[in-house]
Design a protein around this ligand. Structure first.
Ligand SMILES: C[S@@+](CC[C@H](N)C(=O)[O-])C[C@H]1O[C@@H](n2cnc3c(N)ncnc32)[C@H](O)[C@@H]1O
Length: 357
């Protein structure tokens, strides 16, 4: 049952005993000192007061951590995260109490039974931008309909890998009865497969929000009878063999001491070996295993090996049928100097089949 799945959301904050108050007439210096002394600061008048306090906090921390070294930058970010999350906003009846605040539908959807609580300013900013994406939807060049990514769910901002998959699906001439999409996210690949005539798609994701969001989005439309979902790792409850397995995994290896561990972006060392072992069991004899990947980790020098090449060389399970690569269009002409390697970025589509013999 979908209603049994626990959604990921910022936990409501309990007010501390001695909360300071900040408005546009409050002195900034003692407010920042209060934050540094582990006190909570409540924004009571205008939403923009919170924005200006955040700005002052940034200026203050830039003076404290002036160096551009990797270590200082990390300390800067950690301090900013800690202190900014002590700046609070009050929510009453699913609405922010301050004036001129954005309307954020998540406050009702994600907290139906909470009528009076606090959230931190950065949490509210995250909810707000996610609400804009969700409300307005995203047009994807290869999909007929817009996608509406749910709070806390991965969605792509560049689409080259989806174009690669679209071209692959156009040329695919095998049967189209069933497919499995590992890590469905906002559903891009599953929607592509349905659009190209697949009759039944099974999708999993370890992130409950992905499954809740897609279930809500499909409602009881025709799509909901074509796509069946499970909140689980890898193949979850799906035991059947299918003619197509697709996986757009995280593209970067998990390093220690990372600022945030996001399962949509970073993979741990067990993910690929476990995936390939399970995929061997779930792929029909003539089936295709399609992985979308990128050379991002290699060109950014954060990985020495390529998990798909490693599997092909050492796994003994699959062999390469074809590999397509596509240069990523530059998102901006003003690519930062320290990101010059981005111009080398390529997305990859790997088509594997069972190893012969
Ligand atoms: C890069 S995103 C791709 C999402 C979507 N398929 C797309 O192409 O837009 C990777 C997804 O895999 C999910 N994921 C990560 N590890 C997983 C695992 N072990 N089992 C199932 N899903 C996983 C993440 O939560 C995330 O939604």
């Amino acid at each position: 049952m979908i209603s049994d799945i626990q959604v990921n959301k910022p936990a409501p904050i309990k007010p501390g005993n001695a909360m300071a108050v900040f408005t546009r007439t409050t002195d900034v210096k003692p407010t920042i000192e209060a934050l540094e002394a582990n006190k909570q600061v409540l924004i009571t008048a205008f939403y923009s007061d919170g924005l200006s306090l955040l700005k002052s906090l940034k200026v203050h921390l830039t003076k404290k951590f002036p160096n551009q070294s990797f270590r200082e930058q990390r300390e800067f970010r950690a301090a900013y995260r800690k202190l900014s999350n002590r700046i609070l906003l009050e929510v009453i009846d699913h609405t922010l109490v301050v004036k001129k605040a954005p309307e954020i539908g998540w406050l009702k959807k994600l907290y139906p039974e909470h009528t009076n609580f606090l959230l931190s300013f950065p949490q509210v900013q995250g909810l707000n931008s996610s609400w804009q994406w969700y409300e307005n939807g995203i047009s994807i060049p290869v999909l007929r309909n817009k996608v509406h990514p749910y709070y806390g769910t991965y969605f792509p901002t560049r689409f080259d890998h989806l174009e690669l998959f679209d071209n692959w699906l156009k040329r695919y001439e095998g049967p189209k009865k069933t497919a499995i999409d590992i890590g469905v996210g906002s559903g891009m690949l599953s929607f592509q497969m349905v659009q190209h005539g697949f009759q039944k798609v099974f999708g999993t994701d370890t992130n409950p929000n992905a499954i809740i969001g897609l279930t809500e989005f499909m409602g009881d439309t025709k799509l909901s009878r074509k796509i069946t979902l499970d909140v689980a790792s890898l193949f979850g409850k799906f035991k059947q063999q299918t003619e197509l397995i697709v996986f757009n995994p995280p593209w970067l290896p998990q390093a220690q001491n990372l600022d945030g561990i996001d399962e949509a972006i970073y993979y741990n060392k067990n993910l690929f070996p476990e995936f390939f072992a399970a995929a061997k069991q779930h792929l029909l004899p003539e089936g295709k295993l399609v992985l979308l990947f990128s050379n991002l980790a290699k060109i950014a020098n954060v990985a020495t090996d390529h998990p798909i090449e490693t599997e092909l060389a050492k796994g003994g399970r699959f062999q390469l049928e074809r590999c397509f690569k596509k240069r990523v269009k530059n998102a901006s002409k003003h690519t930062k100097r320290d990101q010059h390697w981005r111009s080398e970025e390529e997305v990859e589509l790997w088509e594997l089949v069972h190893k012969e013999g």
